[in-house]
Design a protein around this ligand. Sequence first.
Ligand SMILES: [Zn+2]
Ligand SMILES: [Zn+2]
Length: 236
Amino acid sequence: MSIFYDFHIHSCLSPCAEEEMTPFNLVNLAAIMGHVAIALTDHNSCQNCAAAMRAGEQAGITVIPGMELCTCEEVHVVCLFEELKAAEEFSSFVLSGIPPIKNRPEIFGTQLIMDHEDKILGSQDLLLTTASSISIDDVEKIIDGYGGVCYPAHIDRSSYSVISNLGMITKEMGFEIAEVSPTGDVDALKAKFPILESMKILTSSDAHRLDSMRPAELCLHTDNTIKSIINHLKNR
Ligand SMILES: [Zn+2]
Ligand SMILES: [Zn+2]
């Protein structure tokens, strides 16, 4: 079937996202917009994935537990997991390795942990937008070990992207997918970085607020289960 997707969405757990991005709100808006599957990808944490998945069950939309990891090179990498448990284990691992810098909500924004019905369960005290201890050279193998798939985020952007920060994307990094922003020029990127010709290109919203979520336009062709989608992305 056609899986209209958006695999890069932030909730109110990301300090830079609006508080209106509750798991309930973003999941239900994605469903109304016609998406079949979305992923919740907060910075360095999967702590709102359980709520989003439960909201997804109620809204009839597949929600993949995910994260936007910040590598030690400050490159953003989208990580998608087959199982919530593995996502949460990876989330704890990342949290144990980020700098012990406390969030200052008045400066960076709140980091709310919520349930599937907009109830606030707590907040994350450590600032989630710092660099983790994981290198771009190791991330693919690590995520594969957690049963997930990962790929560099918004490679066309001038900050926090593999190309902006490292100037290249290499075979050795192990990625088979790259994410290009909705405004990115895929042909120009391929001309400059021929490795992209052999990679799958995904485009997602990277929404941090409700009005930057995008209507369903792009789709994959596979079955509508997390397992099928992950297998499809891993070319299995
Ligand atoms: Zn990013
Ligand atoms: Zn993002």
